[in-house]
Design a protein around this ligand. Structure first.
Ligand code: ADP
Ligand code: MG
Length: 349
């Protein structure tokens, strides 16, 4: 049977990149139903259900791309697969309520192994207050695939998109960034050492924080609650899965604005700072490009500054500026650097 792969003209997916590819494949799809309020292009899709909106988000984790079972315990992996999805629902300022989990697995996996995976899934469901309501199970020739869909709810007027940041808004971030990336570097280093000498024990002592940020991240459920309690609705929001720089690019591109970021405003945990230097990496580069922190990057109207000032764990890292001013980092040394989005590299070999 002939298919597109047989054609003489073959375009490598790398030429488009992830977002170019999604645009390319979906540009001709138009929303036909009045209830489809927001389709492709944000952390979640929004469906109108009268006064309440339903938010839907889906993510797939692939063995060898998103996780390595040499250092990811299955229980943690199950937990993380729920976290990365509910994080997208929170990024729309909505509350996750249900999840479906689909898995494809090779015969390498035992019932006991899958029980561990589901222990983690159940723990996360409890922690985030979501019900597992379905999914699909099938076999794969090689490796484990986990696809989770999360469904959430919010009042329609509470939903926050990526494309609504305004010039003069303050750019805020929760928690700290860069640690999950450094945790991954540590795990990779120990894996390489182990592969070259299986006799040696991994040296991860006192690195619980960084390794934990990689293997067992949490989504910012607490922040969405704090926003509600303080009557705050951000002007735009996204969660940090691909890295602050990449996420900031999404907000700026979709809102048609630029950004001015103060290096001193980017929160980096002291353990991440130290480990970056040990790896001879620039801490701010790790913080801006690392990814997998699952923090919330959002913008607020300056009149709402009092509402965030007294909330713990929120940092103001810059300001939204006109698009013509670009996306810039003002370093501690006083220099101005263009921020480039380097978030995503999955298709690179
Ligand atoms: P996130 O990083 O928040 O998970 P993604 O970068 O995965 O978001 O996706 C960006 C947008 O593109 C989302 O609206 C997502 O639903 C949509 N999308 C991604 N892949 C596809 C696809 N294969 N077909 C249709 N829409 C897609
Ligand atoms: Mg997201």
């Amino acid at each position: 049977m002939a298919n597109a792969e047989d054609k003489v003209n073959r375009t490598d997916v790398n030429t488009l990149g992830e977002f170019g590819l999604i645009d390319h494949l979906t540009a001709s799809f138009k929303l036909e139903n009045d209830s489809s309020v927001k389709g492709i292009g944000d952390d979640g899709a929004v469906i109108n259900n009268g006064s309440l909106a339903t938010v839907v988000s889906t993510d797939m984790l692939v063995e060898g791309i998103h996780f390595d079972l040499m250092y990811s315990p299955l229980k943690h992996l199950g937990y993380k697969s729920i976290v990365v999805n509910v994080s997208d629902i929170y990024a729309m300022n909505a509350i996750p309520k249900q999840v479906t989990v689909s898995i494809a697995l090779s015969n390498r996996f035992s019932v006991e192994a899958l029980e561990e995976l589901y222990e983690g899934i159940q723990l996360a469901c409890k922690h985030y207050g979501v019900d597992l309501v379905g999914g699909d199970t099938t076999s794969s020739p090689k490796g484990l695939y986990i696809s989770v869909t999360a469904i959430g709810q919010a009042q329609a007027e509470h939903i926050v998109y990526r494309n609504t940041a305004k010039v003069g808004d303050l750019i805020c971030i929760t928690g700290n960034v860069g640690a999950a990336y450094l945790g991954l570097q540590l795990l990779e280093r120990e894996k390489q050492l182990y592969l070259s000498n299986p006799g040696i024990k991994p040296d991860l002592e006192e690195q619980d924080f960084l390794v934990g940020r990689q293997l067992k991240p949490e989504a910012r459920k607490d922040m969405i609650r704090a926003f509600r309690n303080n009557g705050l609705i951000p002007t735009a929001m996204i969660d940090v899965s691909d890295g602050v720089a990449s996420e900031l690019f999404h907000i700026c591109k979709q809102s048609n604005v630029g950004a001015f970021v103060e290096e001193s405003g980017v929160p980096i945990h002291p353990d991440a700072q130290m480990m970056a230097l040990k790896f001879k990496l620039d801490p701010i580069t790790c913080a801006l490009n690392g990814g997998e922190d699952y923090e919330l990057l959002f913008t607020i109207d300056p009149k709402d500054i009092e509402k965030v000032k007294y909330l713990p764990d929120i940092y103001i890292m810059g300001e939204i500026v006109p698009a013509a001013d670009g996306i810039k980092l003002h370093t501690k040394g006083g220099n101005l650097h263009e921020i480039t989005a380097q978030g995503w590299q999955h298709f690179k070999s």
